[in-house]
Design a protein around this ligand. Structure first.
Ligand code: AMP
Ligand code: P6P
Length: 344
């Protein structure tokens, strides 16, 4: 055996498609609808991967309304991604509606194949898209619910305004040094790395768990002077020297939620975007950013709160509502909550 562990033979690798079907068979009554929705997400993510990886060349990082090098109507990448996810999900006929950061209201899928579908999908097609121009990792975030309105009628707003605890599935695609799809359906978190040479996602991170303790804190300290006292005191706590608790922690902030979240999920840490004068209700969106992220984090053994309450228990009232977010290793989020409580 060489020093470097033999890489797995392709025959030993599990593809995302195989994995999802294996999981489907753990549900005897399953029709395969949810499995096919994952198929649509896989396809759209491949198309976005392709566009992101030629962004500089294809000059698609510009703004809608201009022509790109192919003479096509140029689209911002998030507009492009939104159209591709919408089309892929509508085509499979298993989703009755979609809510997206790129859509003011929810979109009803009323093509014949969609009537009677039992799922809705909420999505942030490209979170952090402004980072594309500087080659920083960005991500797609998605959340899947069963509809609650009558299946023989049109999709309703109430189908989208469900608490995060009702999610059937949630996941993200991170477009970074490699493209990965990470998701949960409530039985753990698994990560799949995309091999663009053959267009397949392979299981690369099985049963992902966040370390109980971390040494990384992620926050935009440029807003420090505006933060509530509890947040300021927690940041100071992270910076104090205390060998017993491995402090000072390292400050790591990419400014791309999926990238910061993914790093902390793998290495341990806390990401927080609190409310402050600039964003009195927080900046991040509850339905298609914080709820899916929170579902994944809890399934990986972490915690996600708004500083006081469990994110998944927050009662949605608007599609695009925002919430403060504290997410990561349990001991770190609990400590941040202690400071928020002490200085409330
Ligand atoms: P379906 O009939 O395919 O919509 O599946 C019914 C329910 O079974 C879903 O809402 C999930 O709770 C579960 N299920 C079906 N397929 C899968 C899968 N591939 N992975 C995890 N859970 C699944
Ligand atoms: P700030 C990107 O614009 C985003 O929505 C998230 O991906 C990221 O975590 C956050 O905003 C960064 O916001 O105010 O620190 O630049």
């Amino acid at each position: 055996m060489t020093d470097i562990q033999e890489t797995k033979q392709v025959k030993d690798l599990v593809t995302l498609g195989e994995f999802v079907i294996q999981k489907q068979h753990e549900y005897p009554g399953a029709t395969g609808d949810l499995t096919q929705i994952f198929g649509a997400i896989k396809l759209a993510a491949k198309l976005v991967h392709r566009e992101i990886n030629k962004a500089g060349i294809a000059d698609i990082t510009g703004y809608a309304g201009q022509e790109n090098v192919q003479g096509e109507q140029q689209q911002k990448l998030d507009v492009y991604a939104n159209e591709k996810f919408k089309a892929a999900l509508a085509a499979r006929g298993l989703v009755c509606g979609l809510a997206s950061e790129e859509e003011e209201s929810f979109v009803e899928f009323n093509q014949p194949q969609n009537v009677g579908s039992k799922y809705v999908v909420l999505i942030d097609p490209v979170d952090g898209s402004s980072n594309i121009d500087v080659n920083v990792a960005v991500g797609t975030i998605f959340s899947i619910y069963r509809r609650v309105s009558p299946e023989d009628g049109p999709v309703q707003l109430e189908d989208f305004l469900q608490k995060g605890t009702e999610q059937v599935a949630a996941g993200y695609v991170i477009f970074g040094s490699s493209t990965m799809l990470v998701y949960t359906t409530g039985n753990g978190v698994n990560g799949f790395t995309f091999d663009p040479s053959i267009g397949v996602y392979y299981l690369s991170h099985e049963n992902m768990r966040i370390p109980e303790r971390g040494q990384i804190y992620s926050v935009n300290e440029g807003n420090y002077v505006h933060f509530p006292m509890g947040v300021k005191q927690y940041i100071k706590y992270c910076q104090e020297r205390d060998e017993a608790s491995s402090r000072p922690y390292a400050s790591r902030y990419i400014g791309s939620l999926v990238a910061d979240f993914h790093r902390n999920l793998l290495k341990g840490g806390i990401f927080f975007y609190p409310s402050y004068a600039g964003h009195p209700k927080g900046k991040l969106r509850l339905l298609y950013e914080c709820n899916p992220i929170a579902f994944i984090m809890e399934q990986a053994g972490g915690i996600a709160s708004d500083g006081h309450r469990r994110v998944l228990e927050l009662e949605p009232t608007e599609l695009h509502q925002r919430t403060p977010l504290f997410v990561g290793s349990p001991n770190m989020v609990k400590k941040a909550e202690d400071f928020m409580r002490a200085f409330a």
